[in-house]
Design a protein around this ligand. Structure first.
Ligand SMILES: Nc1nc2c(ncn2[C@@H]2O[C@H](COP(=O)(O)OP(=O)(O)OP(=O)(O)O)[C@@H](O)[C@H]2O)c(=O)[nH]1
Ligand SMILES: O=C(O)[C@H](O)COP(=O)(O)O
Length: 228
C-alpha cells in the first residue's frame, strides 16, 4: 500500500456552479457537474499509485456516482465549504507517516493520469505540491506529503495563500503548471476553452451539447460580454 489517497470535496448539486447560472439553468449545471466529477473519478481510478479516492459530500446523487466509481464516501455533515469538507476527508483517512494526500475540486475534468502521477512523484522530494489554476489564482490540486504540514486554504486566490502557508512552514513547494489539471470550469468563458489533449470525454460531450442545443443564452451572454 502506497498510502497515497485523493480527496475530492463536492457540494450539493443544487448549489454547484453558481457562477455559471448566468448561462446555464439548474438542470444544465447539474448535468455538467456530474460529467466533470465522473471524468475526474475515471482519471483517478487509472492512477496505479493511488490506494483510493475519498469523495466528501452530502449529496445523494453525487454519493451514488462516487460509489459506482469505487470511491470511498465521507458524508459532509457540516456543509461549511471546501476547506471544512477537506478536513473531514483528511480526518477519515487519519494521520500516517507515509504516502500523500491529493486534494482537488470536482471541476477539473481535463486532468490526466500522467499529471496525477507527476504530482505524486513530486511529493517524494517535496512536502507540498501545488497545481495552480491557469486562469483565476485558484489551486486545482493541493498535494500534501504525510504527515501534512500545512492546511487546505481553498477559496479566492488560494494559490497565493497555499504558497504563503508553505513558506511560513519553511517548505519549498513543488509547483506544477499542468494544461489539463490547470483548467477548471467555473465561469462562462471556461465553457469555451476546453483544452486539447486527452481526458474529459463526458464533459466535452456535455459542453458540445450545451453549445449546440442552447446557442441563444450562451451566444447572447458571450456577445454582451465581448461588447462590454
Ligand atoms: N463537500 C463539500 N464540497 C464543497 C463545499 N463547497 C464547495 N465544495 C466543493 O469544493 C470545490 C470548489 O468549490 P467552489 O469553486 O467553491 O464551488 P463550485 O460549485 O465549484 O462553483 P461556484 O458555486 O460557482 O463557486 C468543488 O468541488 C465544490 O463542489 C461544501 O460545503 N461541501
Ligand atoms: O482554489 C480553490 O479554491 C479551488 O480550486 C476552487 O477554486 P474555484 O472557486 O476557482 O473553482
Amino acid at each position: 500500500m502506497s498510502g497515497n489517497w485523493a480527496i475530492v470535496p463536492v457540494k450539493r448539486l443544487e448549489h454547484a456552479k453558481s457562477r455559471l447560472a448566468l448561462v446555464l439553468d439548474a438542470q444544465e449545471r447539474r448535468q455538467l457537474v456530474r460529467a466533470m466529477l465522473s471524468d475526474v473519478l475515471d482519471t483517478l481510478l487509472r492512477v496505479s499509485q493511488l490506494d483510493g479516492i475519498v469523495v466528501v459530500t452530502s449529496d445523494g446523487e453525487v454519493s451514488r456516482l462516487a460509489r459506482q466509481a469505487g470511491a470511498h464516501l465521507v458524508p459532509d455533515i457540516r456543509e461549511a465549504g471546501t476547506n471544512e469538507a477537506v478536513r473531514q476527508g483528511l480526518a477519515w483517512l487519519g494521520s500516517q507517516q507515509n504516502g500523500c494526500r491529493l486534494i482537488m475540486p470536482a471541476d477539473i475534468p481535463f486532468l490526466t493520469p500522467g499529471e496525477v502521477a507527476n504530482v505524486i512523484s513530486s511529493l517524494r522530494s517535496h512536502d507540498v505540491a501545488l497545481v495552480p489554476a491557469l486562469r483565476d489564482g485558484g489551486t486545482n490540486i493541493l498535494g500534501l506529503r504525510c504527515p501534512a504540514r500545512i492546511e487546505a486554504a481553498f477559496g479566492e486566490e488560494s494559490f497565493a495563500r497555499h504558497l504563503a502557508a508553505a513558506r511560513a512552514a519553511a517548505i519549498t513547494p513543488a509547483i506544477l503548471d499542468l494544461d489539463g489539471a490547470g483548467h477548471d470550469i467555473d465561469v462562462p468563458t471556461d465553457l469555451f476553452h476546453s483544452s486539447g489533449g486527452e481526458g474529459g470525454a463526458r464533459t466535452r460531450a456535455v459542453l458540445s451539447q450545451l453549445s449546440c442545443g442552447n446557442p441563444v443564452p450562451v451566444a447572447v451572454w458571450m456577445n454582451e460580454e465581448l461588447e462590454s
